[in-house]
Design a protein around this ligand. Structure first.
Ligand code: BGC
Length: 516
């Protein structure tokens, strides 16, 4: 993400005065609406694309194929359509493009303007989708939603971490992931109820519902001031001080203000953060800025988030049971996120990552075996006994819980805490972009994968779960309790990564010797 995310004193052991003021509470609401927007989109499209009335109107060939299927046909391929998946995936491609552009707007015009644009674009997308008359209108609507998400995901986390008193910053960071899961759950629930509306137009309400979080973020950005950090970055020092006094609600903020000015000056010295990020000494951070978001998506979690209803329908559940099962997995996702919030600073990041990996792997193997035994290569279960269906949904829930207390929240938390200030914003942009590219790719190829890999779909992701668990085991140092600006210590102590820093120090020493 662009714009410098400035660490205000947490790493230095300083204790800036500041209260939980109304402005800070409003900030939490903006944070929540940012997460809701993202989550709502993640959760809504799968249910909508499994509704017959929606398919009939926009994807008649998929509908015809699905409804003319006989038990001897290959059930795994009934939803295989690249245009159907484009409906889901196009959003993430647009989000990728706009988050890169938004990083400049955030830096030059402030976080608030980017959020406002995010809300407006998102609202346009919701209106276009709810009133969609043809496929082009739907895809254009999805692109608008994507542009909005790119702006919101780029600016909201920065805005929140700069507005929050340093004591609440960690909690607000996790609040963002929690509201993503709540957004997914609300979307799953609404799909379940709206699908029952007579006349089959409930999908319009599902898609139009996105207007609610859009209005929240618009209201937030119109009523909130820009962050002191951003005002300082743009040379408005007096206004910044005035704002800081108001948001902290205390009479003296000099120490924090001076540190913000110094941090801003220091970050301006790095003229080319992108080029700097490629330096050898930042190789450990770069490896995680790329590896963590890519692996987060390669867990296969979004196969469930996007396509749970389609997946459940494919393996023979009825429409309503499919949507209900998605509600159950969505609920488990939200609840399990609390586990992570409560334990991450006690057990540490590594323990959660490793435990989550093992849990997901075991579930993926069991799910694959269960589907293979009952559905074979043509995906036809005959009559699926209730106990078998319950068992399968339970296994999927345990898998979702494994993700929700490991790669879900940590996929955002760890990258945000390992970068030094001078490359933090550039590295965050890499993190968000890689996440969006992989989200797009998996959304796009899912139905083709299901058609070709059949019950082996989960094995594909299980292989990556093994690789990513090894990656964490071998390469990620524990960052629990390490102040952000002292993070370099963990790389220096690490048996593999320390050579990248040692080399750098070596070079500096030999250059000095040469000069002597
Ligand atoms: C991921 C999303 C995923 C969600 C599920 C987020 O951390 O970035 O891709 O759908 O978690 O809860």
């Amino acid at each position: 993400m662009g714009g410098a995310v400035i660490d205000t004193g947490h790493g230095s052991g300083k204790q800036y005065p500041g209260k939980l003021t109304c402005k800070v509470l409003w900030t939490c609401i903006v944070a929540a609406s940012g997460g809701l927007i993202f989550g709502y989109d993640l959760g809504i499209s799968g249910g909508v694309t499994s509704m017959d009335s929606f398919l009939k109107e926009f994807f008649p060939s998929v509908y015809a194929k699905e409804s003319s299927m006989t038990p001897s046909d290959d059930q795994y391929c009934k939803f295989d359509s690249q245009t159907l998946t484009l409906f889901t995936s196009s959003l993430y491609l647009a989000a990728l493009v706009s988050s890169v552009l938004a990083s400049r707007i955030t830096r030059l015009l402030g976080r608030r303007i980017t959020m406002l644009w995010g809300g407006i674009l998102f609202l346009c997308g919701a209106i276009l989708n709810a009133s969609g008359q043809n496929l082009s209108m739907l895809i254009v609507g999805r692109l608008f939603l994507g542009f909005g998400i790119g702006c919101a995901n780029q600016s909201v986390p920065i805005y929140v971490s700069e507005m929050a008193p340093y004591k609440y910053r960690g909690a607000l960071n996790m609040l963002f992931q929690l509201t993503i899961t709540i957004g997914i759950l609300i979307a799953n629930l609404l799909n379940y109820f709206f699908a029952k509306i007579e006349g089959g137009w409930g999908w319009r309400l599902s898609l139009g519902g996105a207007a609610v979080p859009a209005l929240l973020i618009i209201a937030g950005s119109l009523t909130l001031p820009d962050t002191p950090n951003s005002l300082i970055e743009r040379g408005k020092h007096d206004e910044a001080k005035e704002q800081l006094l108001k948001i902290r609600g205390v009479p003296n903020v000099d120490e924090e203000f001076n540190d913000l000015v110094n941090a801003s000056e220091a970050s301006k010295l790095v003229k080319h953060p992108w080029r700097t990020l490629l330096k050898r000494k930042y190789r450990p951070q770069l490896a995680f800025a790329v590896g963590i978001p890519a692996f987060q998506q390669l867990t296969g979690m979004n196969v469930i988030t996007f396509y749970a209803p389609v997946l459940f329908k494919t393996i023979g559940f009825g429409s309503s049971a499919s949507l209900m099962s998605a509600v159950i997995t969505g609920g488990v996702n939200t609840l399990a996120t609390f586990v992570s919030i409560l334990t991450v600073d006690k057990f540490g990041r590594r323990t959660l990552f490793l435990e989550g990996g093992v849990q997901m792997f075991i579930c993926q193997i069991i799910i694959t075996t269960a589907i293979a035994m009952k559905f074979g290569v043509d995906g036809n279960p005959g009559v699926l006994p209730n106990w078998y269906a319950y068992g399968l949904v339970s296994m999927i829930c345990i898998y979702v819980a494994g993700f929700a207390w490991s790669w879900g929240p940590l996929g955002w938390l760890v990258p945000s805490e390992i970068f030094p200030l001078e490359v933090r914003s550039a590295a965050q942009s890499v993190n968000v972009s890689v996440n969006m590219i992989f989200t797009f790719a998996i959304a796009q190829v899912f139905t083709a994968m299901l058609c070709h890999l059949k019950f082996g779909l989960f094995i594909f992701f299980a292989i990556f779960v093994v690789i990513m668990t090894m990656f964490i085991y071998k390469l990620l140092p524990e960052t629990k309790g390490v102040p952000i600006e002292e993070m370099t210590v963990v790389w220096r102590k690490h048996p593999y990564w320390r050579r990248f820093l040692d080399d750098e120090e070596h070079q500096v020493v030999s250059q000095r010797l040469e000069m002597v």
